[in-house]
Design a protein around this ligand. Sequence first.
Ligand code: UDP
Length: 240
Amino acid sequence: MEKLDLLYVGKAKKVFKTEDENLCIFEYKDDATAFNGEKKGSFDGKGIINNQIANIIFKLLEQDGIKTHFIKELSKRETLVKKVDIIPLEVIVRNISAGSFCKRYGIKEGIIFDTPTLEFSYKEDSLGDPLINDYHAVALKIATREQIEEITELAFKINESLIKIFDNIGIRLVDFKIEVGFDKDKNIILSDEISPDTCRLWDKETNKKLDKDQFRLELGEFASVYNEVYGRFLEKYPNI
Ligand code: UDP
């Protein structure tokens, strides 16, 4: 399958059309952004690592019965995926307090929640992806009440699977963001990427941050922790 017209350029990926209108190709870039695009950076090979980590995770989620857009890795940087009509919500699940949750509510990082939490942001760059509640999402016709309930259930199910997947490689899943959309049959499926760019991942033994907080907070080990996570996946799942 070949890349045709460029459909969309995101912060960390390019999306291309293919000859099949129901499929597209993701090409992962080495770029990173944080704080709504205000902070920019990159390291050589980030796109290669994120593409491969995301694909391992999508394969493991599929094995757990979760429908994803993943079809086939085409190269180290490129993946064939189902084209989805993205629902403009960032769905964020948290197990432990961190990031904007701490800032918003004035609490410290690292508090383990009794049950996972979920929130939505309205995916609209010009507004800075504002926090939105379920009633507002329905009022804005972003999704119906039933769809919101389906997305919520899916997100918590993905959380359960991801907690196990990361636990197997010695990592605590603090929080993550997913994006979902409609496939050609109007089913809601998991899309976009799951990688150290979109999750907070702490080493189970040392609590070391193995994710994009290395870049956000200038902790100095941006490239090496992404390599560390990828290496642990390869060691645990060599034949996936
Ligand atoms: N996240 C993301 N993209 C976004 C916003 C958040 O992938 O545009 C991820 C982020 O990496 C973290 C989780 O969602 O794993 C929760 O992020 P938070 O709301 O704390 O925002 P941040 O601190 O990144 O501003």
